[in-house]
Design a protein around this ligand. Structure first.
Ligand code: NAP
Ligand code: GLV
Length: 323
């Protein structure tokens, strides 16, 4: 890509990229890495001259960072399938391509959603915390009684890649699978035995509700007080999608008041901050945004990031271009 004698193009890896991607990028590019604690200000200092920025869900790619990089910037390669951290319009206006890492993390994230559903339904968080704190005084026929998921109605909000895989995984447990989507999915309905309903009906009928839509202006606060009160009092809410989909204070109230049974969350609005009310809420399993955190998924994501960036820099369409 770089003619002999010319300097390799500069890539800003905003935070950190696994070796599986870094080694590939380094063959063609000079790399500057912000590190896991890089602030927005530090990234603006590092960006000038970069032709590519490798971002992730914690890195806001906004007008200021794009301008700091300069007019030679060609591509933002996001280390994630979600790209709500990137200002797509600002990129389009500057002729900067944007790419993400779909598919390779679908299994990992769907499996985590199932893990959260089971952990929340069976009160795994509280039970383990009690044991570790020495509060377990012996087998008790009435302690930690949870919800059995065999035969349950599963509600899948957003039947995209991850929602579909989650539905496949829960099929062996489910009495019924309901889903919401903007467009009907007849092939998926046949394959999964799933029925398309509106969000209101899904929330009223499901025993387990799992969120799989992206964070957009339309999905912000999708689940707030008005929605939570319509859910079954034993129901479980799982969010592996994005924090802004759920109003944290309303969820904490619903758990305290018993208007839903339990929750399992992997994502929060202002990560890494976790709302205090959720930390204090009962029957709530909280994980630190680890949906795609398997070795297989993360290494494949790193390779895709490199492939997307290098394609764009070679004048070829990136395999996972979103803008
Ligand atoms: P996807 O294949 O694009 O699926 C998203 C689905 O949401 C689409 O099928 C779309 O279906 C539906 N949708 C509903 N409202 C929408 C709206 N306003 N805009 C766009 N789509 C809308 O994405 P995916 O690969 O399944 O990933 C889903 C999300 O999971 C990501 O965006 C990300 O936020 C999150 N995620 C989190 C983790 C984690 O670590 N916790 C890991 C991976 C992904 P219809 O058009 O049919 O409605
Ligand atoms: C992670 O959150 C992703 O969107 O890939």
């Amino acid at each position: 890509m770089t003619p002999p004698g010319e300097r390799k193009p500069l890539v800003l890896v905003a935070r950190h990229l696994l070796a599986a991607g870094m080694e590939r990028l380094a063959t063609e590019c000079r790399i500057v890495e912000g590190g896991l604690d890089a602030t927005a200000e530090r990234l603006r200092e590092l960006a000038p001259g970069a032709v590519a920025i490798v971002a992730d869900p914690t890195v806001g790619v906004d007008e200021v960072l794009l301008d700091a990089a300069g007019p030679q910037l060609r591509v933002v390669a996001n280390f994630a399938v979600g790209y709500d951290n990137v200002d797509l319009e600002a990129c389009r206006r500057r002729g900067v391509m944007v790419a993400n890492t779909p598919d390779v993390l679908t299994n990992a994230t769907a499996e985590l959603a199932l893990a959260l559903a089971l952990a929340a339904a069976r009160r795994v968080g509280e039970a383990q915390a009690d044991l570790r704190a020495g509060r377990w005084t012996g087998w008790d026929p009435g302690a930690y009684l949870g919800l059995e998921l065999s035969g349950a109605t599963f509600g899948v909000v957003g039947l995209g890649r991850i929602g579909h895989r989650y539905a496949e995984l829960v099929r062996g447990l489910a009495g019924e699978i309901l889903y919401t989507s903007r467009t009907p999915k007849p092939a998926a309905e046949r394959a999964l035995g799933a029925s398309r309903v509106g969000l209101g009906e899904l929330l009223r009928r499901a025993d387990v509700v799992s969120l799989h839509v992206p964070a957009t202006p339309e999905t912000a606060e999708l689940i707030g007080r008005d929605e939570l009160v319509t859910m079954k009092s034993h129901s479980v809410l799982v969010n592996t999608a994005r924090g802004p989909l759920v109003v944290a204070a309303a969820l904490a109230d619903a758990l305290r008041e018993g208007s839903i049974g339990a929750a399992g969350l992997d994502v929060y609005e202002e990560e890494p901050a976790v709302p205090a009310e959720l930390l204090e809420a009962p029957r709530c399993v909280l994980l630190p945004h680890i949906g795609s955190a398997t070795t297989r998924a993360r290494e494949a994501m790193a390779r895709l990031v490199a492939a997307n960036a290098l394609a764009a820099l070679s004048g070829v369409e990136p395999p996972n271009r979103v803008a």
